[in-house]
Write a protein that binds this ligand. Sequence first.
Ligand code: IVH
Length: 673
Amino acid sequence: MADRRPRDVSKEEIELLRRGIRRHDHFYYVLDDPRISDGEYDALLNRLKTLEAARPDLVTPDSPTQRVGGKPSVAFASVAHKIPMLSLDNCYSEEEFLDWHKRVRGGLKGEPYELVVEPKIDGLSCSIEYERGVFVRASTRGDGETGEDVSLNVRTIRAVPLKLDLEDPPAFFEARGEVYIDKKDFEAIREEQLDEGGEPFVNPRNAAAGSLRQKDPAVAAKRKLKFFAHSYGYLEGMEAAKTHWDYLEYCRKAGFPVPLIITKPCKDPSEVLALYKDYASKRAGLPYEIDGLVVKVNSHTSQKLLGFTAKSPRWAIAFKYPAQQATTTVKNVWFSVGRTGVITPVAGLEPVKCGGVTISSSTLHNFDEIKRLGLKIGDRVIIERAGEVIPKVVKVIAGVRTGKEEDVLPPSKCPCCGSEVFKDDEAVAYRCINPSCSSQIMRSLLHFASRDAMNIDGLGESSVEQLTGKKLVAAFPDLYRLKREDLLGLELFKDKKAGNLLAQIEASKKQPLSRLIYALGIPHIGEKSARGLAEHFKNMKALMNSGFEDLSRVSEIGPIIARSITDFFGETQVKGLIAELERLGVNMTEPERAKGSKLEGKSFVFTGELKSLTREEAERLVRELGGKEVSSVSSKTSYVVIGENPGSKYDKAKKLGLKILTEKEFHELLGPA
Ligand code: IVH
């Protein structure tokens, strides 16, 4: 028998194994047609792992062993899409569809055309980029112009090829498609979340989004995410397909799953209408949720002729099914107290399946809404989920009342702190105006720590509950005074968790002013206006000293927001709060937005193993900021970044007296993501 000890490893054998594993991934995850048993597959993968361990120099990022790579410790980097990622226009009825069709026919001036019909899977848009056939990056759609880098998580999706199965891959290929979860996998995740006492995802789309934005790729890897390619972005060095149909064929050959082929391209709109009716019942039997069909003009020349509106292509339409409804009973109504003291009534419902998920509560928004619906406790109601995450009560079935139903009365006391509740004349909302109401404090802290605000990841609902319950934290500055001993005294915090939270809190001090402004929870100030204010005023002092007039000059700021800001900063308490945050080291300035040029002209050499990022990620971050990565150290090298066990480049850098950065210093140099 041949000697199988790893030291005899050859590059050829490794490549052969990889090719085999890729093929089996494709059979299993793309074609749903496995050719070997799970055990045999694991044996192949394990063999590859052993060989690669013996020859780390031969490990490449496109190897099947590299799906779960490094851990991103920093927030997701933003990615500017080379070509904007647009959305689709919707239609909901035969009439609206035929209107669209008429516009297409008009636009194409009598030229014949075909329509391709695909399922519209309810997932999350994703762009995946390949350089010379090798996966380099994946990003979410974001606002269409800029998304988030979710490469590490998308790499874990087994249906996504890390290397394209093409003889002569193009210089650059950007596949766009949908990341989604099958119904059964979604149900399994939800059950697990419920078992663990966590907040479950409400629908498969939400689960896909949550999984894609996981900080830890190992968690994303367990979520059984899937992908199919439905469109393209930036392409270079390849002949573009002539039709959408051919493009899908190209994707299929390259190794991507493509949409379920519903039929050959249709020549007549009546064929599309028949399919739409057919799939209204068929969709329940599909393994994934679809919220409609997508109809696309096949020829790319015709597509170009039709062009785009600001938001969507004129050559495609989402032909959606109406929202899904279900009937259930209102068991009770409770009240939740928000960050600003607003009291929101919530209906507790007899759990019911609607659109593939189980619904057991629904917000009623406010008391005017209860009045409008005429809703009573005990009523039979129709609820609806229209693709969005939150279900709503659309109608009370008053005809089946028994007489035992009870009116919903607004609370006279805050359900949390017991203080009296007020209702402003002009506002619809009832409010608790006690500033020390623990519900409000908790909600404000959660908002302060949230991802788009100060991004303190470890500060979730249960931690905040403990910290406020034990009176360790009653206001934002208290967070920055927390000590390890304080946390260790609490149930939730074992040593490591306490350290992690303190590190996260410490890191949040460096957040730019824009996030701090948003985090403060000033009424009417969302993320966008906070950014506008920070960019205009540059520092907190200037913002606080600004008057109504100055504020109205900022482009995002209208009179209501301007008034809200002057009122907010006019409070002595707020002034004290800001001074305290500043004293505790919280950044009060907005960095110049120099992304793209910050590292202009700087060269970087990396040596040793990085812990928080893969080498590719680090290099990309440098490139994004205008710097470049070089392979060897010279007197001209601007920075040498050292990871664990740095090699001879480190010695050389020391000898030359170059600027050496640890991984932490490297992150500091890059600044906030
Ligand atoms: S084509 C220019 N095809 O639906 C946009 N999109 O509501 C090209 N979607 O953002 C998109 N299934 O994320 C296309 N078969 C399909 C799709 C599909 C789902 C998503 C996509 C898009 C959203 C619009």
